[in-house]
Design a protein around this ligand. Structure first.
Ligand code: FE2
Ligand code: FE2
Length: 142
């Protein structure tokens, strides 16, 4: 896969994750206001978790080989990505240990964490200067 195509798809997934977070926050506000949607909120959060886990896995599968074609910072970039994904995994584990009402309360903190993770990636490993198509042609000796 071309780096630009991997980048396009992963950034589209970031947008999808942001939309899921917003939908979860909207529903959370209704639950806190007394609406009987706790089950729906739990289901939405579970879908969010699945989407996020799949996204981070795809990032590792696609980006690890592409980043390794890059400059001298490639090993640090890959190591950083893996470390951050592990930290995100821990954040999710502890978030989902809570009841749905605890999750409702902790959702803003979780959302801030995910948004910060994605924004950091967009400044680094998903930046067009890092994930550029010339990686592949340079790597092939062209
Ligand atoms: Fe990620
Ligand atoms: Fe990401």
């Amino acid at each position: 896969m071309e780096p630009s195509e991997a980048r396009r798809q992963l950034l589209a997934q970031h947008d999808d994750l942001r939309a899921r977070l917003q939908a979860a926050r909207n529903l959370r506000d209704r639950v806190i206001a007394g609406a009987a949607f706790a089950g729906e909120l739990a289901a939405l959060l579970d879908e969010l978790r699945q989407a996020y886990v799949e996204h981070n896995q795809l990032e590792e599968v696609w980006l690890e080989p592409l980043l390794r074609l890059g400059d001298a910072w490639a090993p640090q970039r890959v190591a950083r990505m893996l470390e951050e994904h592990e930290a995100e995994h821990d954040v999710f584990e502890s978030f989902f240990r809570g009841s749905v009402f605890e999750m409702a309360e902790g959702l803003d903190e979780l959302a801030d964490d995910i948004e910060a993770h994605m924004a950091a990636e967009e400044r680094t490993i998903l930046h067009r200067a890092v994930l550029r198509d010339s990686l592949v042609t340079d790597g092939a000796g062209g």
